[in-house]
Design a protein around this ligand. Sequence first.
Ligand code: GLU
Length: 446
Amino acid sequence: MSAPVVRFAPSPTGRLHIGNARTALLNFLLARREGGRFILRLDDTDLVRSTQEFADGIVEDLAWLGIVPDITVRQSERTALYDTAVERLIAMGRLYPCYETAEELERRRKRQLARGLPPVYDRAALKLTAEERARLEAEGRRPHWRFLLEHRVVRWHDLVRGDSHVDCASLSDPVLRREDGTYLYTLPSVVDDLDLGITHVVRGEDHVTNTAVQIQIIEALGGAVPAFGHHNLLTTASGEGLSKRLGHLSLKGLRDGGLEPMAVASLAVLVGSAEAVRPVASLDELAGLVDLGRLSHAPAKFDEAELEGLNARLLHAMPYETAKPRLVSLGADGGPAFWDAVRGNLVRMADVAMWWTVVAGEITPVVTDADFLARARALLPEEPWDGSTWKRWTDAVKAETGAKGRALFMPLRQALTGLDHGPELAALLPLIGRAKVAARLEGRTA
Ligand code: GLU
């Protein structure tokens, strides 16, 4: 494969959700693996709903996932290119003016449905004479413009779905430009894909019909048809579709909820694929697991509970060097020994703060048997302490008091950590240190 050029093309009308992340990642990882380029294209032709804030949010959400585009373009700055394409299509008779109002179209649609006919645009505007058009214009009507589809079957070899086809005879001629001169999505997307040399268009399967239409437009404009791949869509655990406008499972929400970007990326890419869902440590490794041809063709359920589990597993396996910057920003960098002691108990990175407090801050011990703790305190070895100190100490406490098992360990854990669960005390003990341990065994906050 020559180096691919791919694009991710969200409209900045909301924050990205996990389904958008799937599209972005499938494109990005394809480019990454093959040494290609990734373009972020902001589809902001809808000037009313698009905002700078959402555009910034998209860039931020992608960066959080580890996706930094090679180039970013905005459709609102590329109108001249679309205007040129429109002129060419008009000149070749493939774009024609229509004057129907939305109400007229709706009435016609209802009539067709009532007669059991498919609600396809009847091309009435094509039959208008020059005088009729002039009269409509004189009445103040402005045309919207439809692309004249060839009524034929369009075929392509889909990267995900294999041989695909759509019969364009059953489709309405799509409106490319509105009365007010603004563009709908269809044409700008094609013009940009051609202009930017996009080689692979990977997007959700809700775009399959668009692809047939867009292939006809590309061919009309004399462009090279890129490879198309339509991936399955993600739904919520209960099977609903995701909506950007509703903020469903937004990346921002997942990030604010303390989840790791690689946990989110792993699930977004691997769910509904031939690979087992598992936490993958890096985008490069994830890139090696993407196989568009083996994605499931059914919608895939994105389960938030599964995400938590993945997040935990990712942290449990995370090496100290990877965790270090995060530990520093949480004010909890206790070095490799601390990280190795506590990582197995984390579900979210922020949980580390609690264990840092146990080790380096102040906690109030839970004292159930002060006498037992006093006897244990008397047996505390002198420092230096290491990983074997706990065993030496508790063996001595056991011999002295006769306590064993839970009766031996639980009062010590509660006194030393204020909690009844947590990391191995053998690892925590030297990190807490003798002074704090002694104080906590006396029931003092330390
Ligand atoms: N803006 C379109 C969308 O978000 C882009 C689709 C495409 O990738 O062509 O659905």
